[in-house]
Design a protein around this ligand. Sequence first.
Ligand SMILES: Nc1nc2c(c(=O)[nH]1)N[C@H]1C(S)=C(S)[C@@H](COP(=O)(O)O)O[C@H]1N2
Ligand SMILES: [Mo]
Length: 322
Amino acid sequence: MSLRDALRIPEWQVTDEAVHAARRGFLQTLGAAPVLALAGCADAEPPAAPAATVTPEQARSGFRTSEALTRIEDVTSYNNFYEFGTAKNDPSQAPKTLKTSPWTINVTGECDKPGQIGLEDLLKTSTSEERIYRLRCVEGWSMVIPWMGIPLASVLARFAPNSKAKYVAFTTLADPKQMPGIRYRSINWPYREGLRMDEAMNPLSFLATGLYGKPLPQQNGAPVRLVVPWKYGFKSIKSIVEIKFVERMPETAWHDLQPSEYGFFSNVNPNVDHPRWSQKNERRIAGTASKLFAERIPTRMFNGYADQVASMYAGMDLKKWY
Ligand SMILES: Nc1nc2c(c(=O)[nH]1)N[C@H]1C(S)=C(S)[C@@H](COP(=O)(O)O)O[C@H]1N2
Ligand SMILES: [Mo]
């Protein structure tokens, strides 16, 4: 779908779809000129993380919510997974081509026990749990999703990160044979994301392998994807094939495209607008109403997870480290 097509859409969709189109159309139209990074670039390091002061009870209170769940039909048909195309329903074709078994994750970098882990082994040797999290996309829509999976910290600990491991970098599979969207340069493939070590070890950080009690559908990032619910959705990288412990802040896919618009931290923050749209509200796709009738609600600081994560950012200027 072209930018023009995207704008020729029904009234009810125009705001979010226009934002979405603007987001991905930016490079093709204006973005060819280099944009200077304002912050979050790899050669500026943020202040060291303060010791977190979150109790186990506070952490656990973030693991579920009583808010209405997003219907599984919407969770699996309204997706961002540019490896399969940039339209919201393109990724629902992913089951036709993406082969998720066998699947191996390579773990490398600053750790004492680098190696490979097969997804079957990971599942066999871990206890899966359910997390019901809000997911807030930078485009201004949100969902409530019941995930199944494994706390990220427990997986990372197996590889014994060393004292030089300050960040964790994640990479998605980039196979043009399985992922038809790869032939378009919407992203500088492979899709890459990263977390600071303390963020990765936070109890909320989760590796999802299922949703609604079923194995993760391809369109949602099968067989294993990151979920970091206090950050904009693009941090929740799908179909992970590599995890690397690194000393310097790693480059990430959206930062690479538009450093002035997508920072490394990308914490949900209603007080820091995207340069081209407001982040004060979101369209909540949940409950019995489908995405066609989503309600507008105020966006909360850290997507409502301030009790669990705010202490990691004490003393940091979140306008600078967006
Ligand atoms: N590899 C990869 N991961 C990705 C994306 C992508 O295009 N490619 N899109 C991100 C964005 S922008 C969002 S909002 C979430 C959407 O997750 P969902 O489709 O499961 O709701 O996935 C994120 N992870
Ligand atoms: Mo997103």
